[in-house]
Design a protein around this ligand. Sequence first.
Ligand SMILES: [Zn+2]
Length: 268
Amino acid sequence: MVLKEFSPMELTDEERAIYEWQIWVDDLSESGQEKLKGATALITRVGGLGGPLAQSLAAAGIGKLILAHAGNTRPSDLNRQILQTHDQLGKSRIESCRRRLLELNPRLEIEAVPENVTEGNSARLVAGADIVFDCAPLFEERLLLNRECVRQHKPLIDAAMFDLEGQLTTIIPGQTPCLACLYPEVPPGWKREFPVIGAVSATMANLAALEGIKLLVGFGELLTSKLLVYDARSMTFRKIAIHRRVDCAVCSALGPPPERATPAEKDD
Ligand SMILES: [Zn+2]
């Protein structure tokens, strides 16, 4: 699978000291750390999923985060939105995210956007990122972000959870199924508010962060054309093979799925 080469940035001595134990991971090493420093990730909705994800990427030394989340902190956010604090109740969520992340990593560049993904801002938000993490609870936002990532050929990691179950997949436009291949339409009955234990959303967030680090650095096996399903009730993980829809309204224009390629194309 061919992925874009991400532009590395040389580390300072301070950064070599901070990331020393991470650089000891053979698959990552200093060259991988330089790729993380040179990377920009977009996270849409920085709540129960996006908050712990942003925290893990910030701690891992990603260079820049574009964070998009509207609204003010509410008491009911505090069981899972770990970048929010009591003293922030009634105030901007995204400003709390910025403050907490800079306390963790003051070298991090943050573009904090006090908006959720909309038709009006999706193209601009995606254009600024090397990799996109979809952490929105609403299918309308997830499918909108998917469409824009496919249009701009940007890798998209889609994380979702409900109750004690989580799902995760990595989308490489034109190569893997996109979110619309899985969900051609918004499933009926889905609501913005749903049951969630913070540890479940944080588990999916950290799996998404690992998937992003692997993709940016270029090691390991990605969840491409696979849906990871986590069941916290039984403590089981399943990987389900997923396939592109030849009639997908979003990604079929990018050409046939790889499994339909001619033998000569398969050699590339
Ligand atoms: Zn598709």
